[in-house]
Ligand binder design. Structure first.
Ligand code: BGC
Length: 506
């Protein structure tokens, strides 16, 4: 029974009894389908926007440019409207993730996940049936609403239901399905590319993960934290027993209930983000997502087919190359699923920064030397670049990709968890938007220099991970302040004056 809330002394992973139950595994897999929706969309756009039938119907100017023999290699896809097609979704996602964070707190993680799938489904129908560009863009906005809701709720949901010891690996399942979504999209694009209705099939395929999520979300549990937070203590306790597979969950329950007591005193969680003691988590969650995007990953994910065509692979070969990078992305994410709770977060981030840096710099040098405005990249170099891109993607896949979602979902105290996580989701969407919108223009103007641009960012993020990121492996989610932030050489100063204060009631 939920006893009185006691002050919590704090425990390590081993003090909170829990088994990895079937219920947790099933709920994680179902929720992670939110990641599949997200990934599918990331992967589908690049392929669809390089399909001739699609371009002829919606972007005839780009179609003409693409087939213009003398067009500059680096500029042939540069078109603001085409970029808007890809990026409009992310603007909608920023706005909706704000409402999703409120919805998560007020109505729970589960309903937020359900709303995600319904919005997304609406978008899919509009897209697959699009008769004109307005339907196409409005459809993308609905997809964006769905993704905003999903990306806000799913990582939090998984981090809250997962036992401490397995939190990292389970949370990375979200990213795992992001990568599977990208891969499925690449494969589907490959087969639909030459079909007159290919783009409709490709865009319509997004209905599969959305339907699965909509149906699956009917059977997942609500997180104990959300139940307790919304005044359903008994149910929260029972759910905790069920998902932990043990009877004695009193200690974990006490931790959640204590965090809930603190969080109840907060009327304006967004205002509380401005408090000095919230700064470390806010800065870290936002910066991780900014860095994630400035690795340059989405240049590859969105525009791999376009990029490979730029390098002289034919249309089919370039989609095939995108399938190769997509497979590497998925397989390498497994390293994070199994490694993140053993190796820790920081080691993966730092190692991958070095790996990605090497790949970006060499790619930049090769393109600088051998890809001029109108030639084709000699085949042997094109294959070296393909290898380097796979090398880059694998590094990203076991580090900045999954950890950009995992770390922000586990570092906030409950009173600002949903609002704080909103900072991460919105940064992801804003910077994905910026990259999606700007990349083709940047490629046109900076040419091979774009790879050096991303390299500089990778150096900065490596230094950040080394010096400023505390290790969060194995620390219970409701004890992060005590065990991670207050012990960090830099961030501890943000707590010194506020150590035992009751949070701001305003
Ligand atoms: C990022 C996406 C990226 C994907 C690639 C995700 O974590 O947020 O922007 O396209 O990883 O796998």
């Amino acid at each position: 029974m939920p006893a009185q809330v006691m002050a919590v002394s704090g425990g390590a992973a081993q003090d909170l009894p829990a088994r990895l139950t079937g219920q947790v595994i099933i709920c994680t897999i179902i929720a992670a389908f939110g990641g599949l929706m997200f990934g599918y969309d990331i992967g589908i756009s690049g392929g669809v926007t390089s399909m001739d039938v699609f371009l002829k119907k919606f972007f005839p100017g780009v179609y003409v440019k693409k087939h213009h023999a003398k067009e500059d290699n680096y500029c042939k896809f540069d078109d603001q409207y085409l970029q808007l097609f890809t990026s409009s979704l992310y603007l909608a996602a920023v706005v909706s993730s704000f409402f999703a964070s409120k919805c998560c707190t007020k109505f729970g993680r589960r309903i937020t996940i359900q709303l995600a799938s319904l919005n997304f489904l609406t978008g899919v129908v509009l897209n697959a049936c699009a008769m004109n560009i307005s339907m196409l863009i409005i459809g993308r906005l609905f997809l964006g609403f769905g993704i905003g809701f999903g990306n806000q709720a799913v990582p939090l949901f998984i981090s809250e239901i997962a036992p401490v010891k397995y939190r990292g690996g389970l949370n990375v399942c979200f990213q795992m399905l992001v990568t599977v979504g990208i891969l499925c999209a690449n494969v589907i694009n490959y087969f639909t590319a030459s079909h007159p209705w290919g783009w409709r099939i490709s865009l319509g395929g997004a209905a599969v993960p959305a339907l699965f999520l909509a149906l699956g979300s009917l059977i997942i549990v609500e997180t104990p934290t959300s139940l307790i937070e919304r005044g359903q203590a008994e149910k929260g306790y029972a759910t905790l027993q069920k998902i932990r597979g043990v009877r004695d969950v009193q200690k974990e329950y006490d931790e959640i209930a204590y965090a809930t007591e603190l969080s109840k005193q907060i009327k304006h969680p967004f205002k509380n983000l401005l408090k000095r003691s919230s700064r470390p988590q806010v800065v870290c969650s936002m910066i991780l997502q900014v860095f994630q995007q400035f690795t340059g990953i989405n240049v590859i994910m969105f525009y791999a087919p376009v990029l490979f065509q730029t390098m002289g692979f034919g249309s089919d070969a370039s989609l095939l190359s995108a399938v190769v990078t997509g497979s590497v992305n998925s397989l390498a994410t497994l390293v994070a699923v199994f490694g993140v709770d053993k190796l820790g977060r920081r080691l993966l981030l730092i190692e991958a920064a070095i790996q990605m840096l090497i790949a970006q710099v060499i790619t930049g040098v090769i393109l600088l030397l051998y890809l001029k405005s109108t030639n084709e990249l000699p085949k042997k170099y094109a294959y070296v670049v393909l290898f380097l891109i796979c090398f880059f993607v694998s590094g990203f896949a076991w580090s900045w990709g999954p950890l950009g979602w995992l770390i922000p979902s586990e570092i906030f105290p409950l009173e600002i968890r949903t609002s704080g996580f909103f900072c991460a989701v919105s940064m992801n969407m804003i910077f994905t938007f910026i990259i999606a919108q700007a990349f083709l223009t940047m490629l046109c103007h900076m040419r091979a220099g774009i790879f050096f641009f991303f390299s500089v960012w990778i150096v900065i993020m490596g230094i950040y991970a080394y010096s400023f990121l505390p290790e969060t492996k194995g620390i219970p989610i409701d004890e992060m302040n005590e065990k991670a932030w207050k012990k960090h050489w830099f961030w501890k100063r943000y707590f010194s004056q506020e150590r035992d204060q009751i949070p701001d009631k305003a």
